[in-house]
Design a protein around this ligand. Sequence first.
Ligand code: CLF
Ligand code: SF4
Length: 316
Amino acid sequence: MDCQCDRKQGNKLIDDAVPADLLRQTDRHPCYSFDAHHKYARMHVPVAPKCNIGCNYCNRKFDCVNESRPGVTSEILTPEEALQKFILVKEKLSSLSVVGIAGPGDALANWTETRKTIELVKHTAPEIIFCLSTNGLLLPEYAGEIIGLGVKHVTVTVNSLEPEIGRNIYRYVNYQGKMYKGEEAAARLIANQLAGIELLTRSGILVKVNIVMIKNINDVHIPEVVKKVKELGVFITNIMPLIPAPGSAFANFPRTDTKELNEMRNICQVDLRQMYHCRQCRADAIGLLGDDRSSEFKLPADGNNISPAEDVKKAV
Ligand code: CLF
Ligand code: SF4
C-alpha cells in the first residue's frame, strides 16, 4: 500500500501531556512516529498463535489481520527461540529499536508466552522498546501486568463502539470459558476494549488504536470511534483498509480504496493524530517498515515450526 511519505502527523495537545522521556522513546518507534519510520527498525516475535475471538475479515490459517496483511503465515517461536532470534537480529541490525508481539493470533490470548518473551528480551536488552498488539478482550485482566512489565506501547483494534455494528464484524467472542455470539459478543468485546484502554492510558501507556475500515459496515462510524478513543487518552489511530482475505467471511467484500481511506484519515486527523505509513506487516516482520528483512533471519527449520494461527477454543 502507499507509504504516504509526504505526510506529517502531529497533535501538540497530546504531545504536551506525554512525559518527555516517553516522547523521546516514541521518537524511536517506527509506527508511533512518522519521522522514525525511515530510521528505526522493528522486529516482531511470533510467539502468540492462539486467538479468542472470530473476526469476519480473518482466515485463521494466517496471521492476525488486526495487525497484518491477510494471507501471510508466520513461523511460531517459543519465548526462548524468540530471545535467540532477537540476539541474532540485534547483532546485525543496528537500527533495531522495537520488539513487538503482533500475533499471529492475539498477544494476550497467549499471555504466558507473551510475558515470558518480554521478560527474556528485557533482561538481555533493557533499552529495547516493547510493543504489543491485541484485540483488547483480555486487557482488563492483563493491563496491570503489562504496566508492571514496563511496556509503554500497546495497540488495540477497535472497529466499532456499537454492538449492532460489531455483530457484523465478529462471529464470536470466547471469554472466560463462555462462547458469546451476535450483539452479546460484540458488547463484551467493546466493553473490555474501552475499559482496558482507559486502564492503560491512565498509567501513561501510549495506546495506538487500529481500526479496520469496512465499507458499508463500520466506515461512516469511524469518526465516532476516533473521538471516543481520543477521550480515553489514545495517542494515535491507524485506520487500515479491509483487504478481503480468501476463506474469510468478508472474502467477497470490496477492498477499501486508498483514496477513501486517506479521506477518512484526513477527516479524523482534526481530532487525533493519524498514522498514514502503516505497512500491515507480518507477525514475524523484521526491519524498517518499508524494507522487510525477515527472510534473512529464519531460524533453522525443524519441520515443525511453521504453524498457522489457532483458535483458543481448540488450543486450550
Ligand atoms: Fe509492531 Fe504494531 Fe508495534 Fe508497530 S507494527 S506491534 S505498532 S511495532 Fe506498524 Fe506494522 Fe502497521 Fe502495525 S507498520 S502493521 S502499525
Ligand atoms: Fe483473526 Fe483473532 Fe486477529 Fe481477529 S483478533 S483478525 S480473529 S487473529
